[in-house]
Unconditional design. Sequence first.
Length: 835
Amino acid sequence: MIKAPISWLKDYVDIVWTPEQIAAGLTLRGLEVEAVIRTGAGWDKIVVGEVLSTDKHPNADRLGLVQITDGTRTYQVITGAMNLKAGDKCPLALPGARLIDGHKLHADGTLEGALERKRSELPYFTVKAGKMRGVESDAVACAELELGVSEEFDGIMVLDPSAPVGKSLEEVLGDVILDLDLSPNLGRALSIFGIAREIAAMTGQKVRFPKIEIVEDGDPVEGKISVRIDAPELCSRFSMMVIEDVKIGQSPAWMQYRLRATDQPVINNVVDVTNYVMLELGQPLHAYDYDDISGKQFIVRRAYPGEKMETIDHVERTFTPEVLLVTDAARSVGMAGVMGGADSEIKDTSVNIAMEGAHWDSFNVRATGRGYFAKVSEAAKRFERFVDPELTVLGVRRSIQLVQQLAGGRVAKGMIDEHPVKHPQRVVDLPISEIPRVLGIEIPKETIIEMLEQLEFVIEDKGDSLAVTVPTYRNDVTIKADLVEEVARMYGYDKIPEKRMSGELPVQTFNSVLAFEDKMRDTLTACGLSEIITYPLVNLADLEKLHAGGVSAENRWSDPAKLLKLANPLSSEHEYMRPTLLASTLTVLGENRRFVNRVAIFEIGRVYLVRENEPQPEERRTLSIAMSGERNPLSRFTAVKDTEKLDYFDLKGVLEAALTRLNLNGITFEPLSGAPVLHPGRAAAIYVTVKGEKKQIGILGELHPKVAMAFDLSEERVGVAELDIELMVELAQPVPYKTVTRMPMLSQDLAVIVEEDVPASRIEKLILETGGKLLASATLFDLYRGKPIPEGKKSLAYRLVFQPEERNLTDEEGNKLREKIEKRLTREVGATFRG
C-alpha cells in the first residue's frame, strides 16, 4: 500500500525506537507493517565511484569505456549504458561483488515485476575482471536493478554529487523501509508525514515540517488564471498557483531515490515534485502546462453525455454525467481526482506551470476510478479514502517551493483558492465513564487527555466528560466509540488484561449442507484435486469467453441483462455476481497451466441467479471441477505414461468415485446437447435416480475448443464439470445398516464383445439388473480392441462378485446366474463372449 523509508521519516520526527520496534508498535495500533526491508545489506564490495572520463569502445559501437575512481585506484569499466559523464558519481561494484543479473531477466522476459519476487529466486552474477571485445574491464558500474533499488535497467544509477568517493554504498544509500498495508479507513496514514505523526504519538515525540518559503516575484495570479466550480457538491475546494519560466529536467538523486524506494516512477523534476508531495503530505496534485490551457480558465463540472477526452495514458474515454471533469474554456483537461488529460500534461518543452490541489468527493472518485480503470491511480487511491480539505493550500505551496528550488522560475503572487463548501470541525462528547464501560479498565482522566492531545485532538475538560475537537484530517472519528478506540490504541491493546467470556456456549446445530461439502472436499482431495477459492464477483469479458462455442437458452450466463450487476463495483474486473463457477475456475486453470504440466482443481461456492418477478436473487451452492495436462503415475488417476493426457474419462472416473462416496446411488451419464461451452461430442448430463425418479444434478465434458482458446488453453484438452450441491444433498441416501454376511463370496470374470457404439454403462446396468440380490458388484477392469476381436467391436471384461447372505453359493448356481446374464446381454445388445 505504501512504503516509508526511515531516512525520510527522520525529516519529520526523531526516531528513538528500532525499526522492528516501530513496526510492532504501528501494527499494534492498527497500521499493519507487512515487512521491514533493509536496502544495502547485500552490497558488499560496492563503493561510490567518480567518473573521470568517458570514451567509445575501440571494437564495439554500442559499448562505452569509462574511467572511474574510488579515490585510491582508477578502474576501467566497459558498459552498454551511455548516460555517464565526467564528474558523475555512481555505484562501482568491485571484483567479488554479487549483483542481480538484469541481462538474464531481460532475455527471459521477466524484467517487469522482478523485484516483487523473493531475492533468492532472482538470478545473480559475481563481478570479475576480464576482457570484453579485447579490452580489459576491471569492475561494473551498476544500474538500479542490479542493486535491487528499482527495476530501472536502461542506464547507470547516478548518485547525489555530495556522495563521498570511496565510501561503502551501504553507508551512503543503505536504508530501512517500512512496508505498510493500510485498511481503507486509514487514508490519513497514506503519506510519510501521516506515518511520522503516528510514530510521534507512539513514542512521545513532536512532529516537525520544513518551513515553506516561496519567492513570489511574478505578476498577481488573479490576472493569469480563473477558477469556477459548477459542482460544489463534488468539489469543495480548488487551490492553484502559477509558476513561469521553469526548466524541465531530471530530479536530483535524493528525490529519485525516495520516489523509487516508494515504488513511484521517475519522470521529470516537475512531475516528480507532484508525486513527491503526494507521498510526503498525502495531498495529490496535478501540474498543467499553463500554455495549453484555453482561455486561462479552469471549470469544474459534470461531463456532458458522450463527452470524450484522451487521458495521459493515451486512451480516449467516453464519459457519462456521473463523471466530474476539470475543463478549460474549450475542452476537458482532466478526470477530477483520477487522471489528467493528455492535451495539457507536462512535456519536456513546458515552460509555464499551473499547479492544482483540490478536494474531491471520495465517493465520486471511487465510482469514476473503479468504473474506468482496472487499476486506479495513486491519487485516486488517496481521494477515495478521504484527503484533508485543509491540505490543498499546503500541498500547492509545498510543490511550488520544490519546483522553484529544482527548476527555477518566477512564482505569480498569491493563490487562487475557491472554497464553496466549508468543512467545520467536529466536536465529539466523550463521557469519562465510557472508557471503563467499553475497555473494562480504569484510565486516569489526565492520561486520557494526554493521549488524545498527543494525537492532535483539542480537549475541553467538562468534568465528567471531555469535549473533543477532531482534527480535519480525522474523518474516521465521528462518535464517542471512535474516541474510545483512539484511547485503546494509545494505551496499548496488549496492556488490556484478558477476561474470559461468561455464560454457556451456544448449542451448535447440525448443518447437513456444510457436512456434505466437507465430505466432498475430502473425497475430491483424495482423488488428487486441489481446492481453489475465487471472488464471487466477475467481469463480463470472462463470462463472454464461455460463449465462444455458441449461446443457448440453457446457459445461465448468456444474457448480460439477466446478470446481477453491482450498483457500485470496486472495479471493472468485479462488476457482476457470478452466475457460474466455470469462468473463474477456467481462469485459474489457465494461469496455473503455464507453469506445471498438470492441473486438477475444484471449487465449492455460491452462484447467483436472477429470479423473475422476485426482488432477491437465487443463491445456489455449486461445485465446479477443471482438469488438464498429463496423467501422473503417482496420482490417483489411471497410472499410465506421463505423455498421455487427462481427458473426459479421467474426469468421469473422479466423479463416479466421489458421488458414490457421497452416497449418491443410481448415477447415470447420458449424452448432452445444447451446452455450447462443452465439446459437442464429449459432453454428458449427470443424473441420479431415487425411487424411480431421475433428476439431473450437473454436467461434465471436455471444454469446447473455441472456449478453450478464449481462456488461452487452445492446445489443451480440458475436462470440466459443474454440479448443484443443494440438489445432491437432497438426493443423497442415508447409508442403510446391513449385517455383514459370513458366507464366502464367489467371483467370476465375464468378457463381453459388443458393437463400438454400445456404452459400457448400459452393459453394467443389464448385468446388475439380471444378477439380482445375489450379485454384489460388477466391475469393469479391461477394455480391449484388436485381434481376434472383429473390427468395429470391443471387448469389455467385468469381474462379477456373487455374495449370498444365508448359505454358500455353489459353482452351479453361479454358472446359472452367469448364463442368465449372458442370454440377456445377447438378446438386448447382441453380445458375444470370450472364453
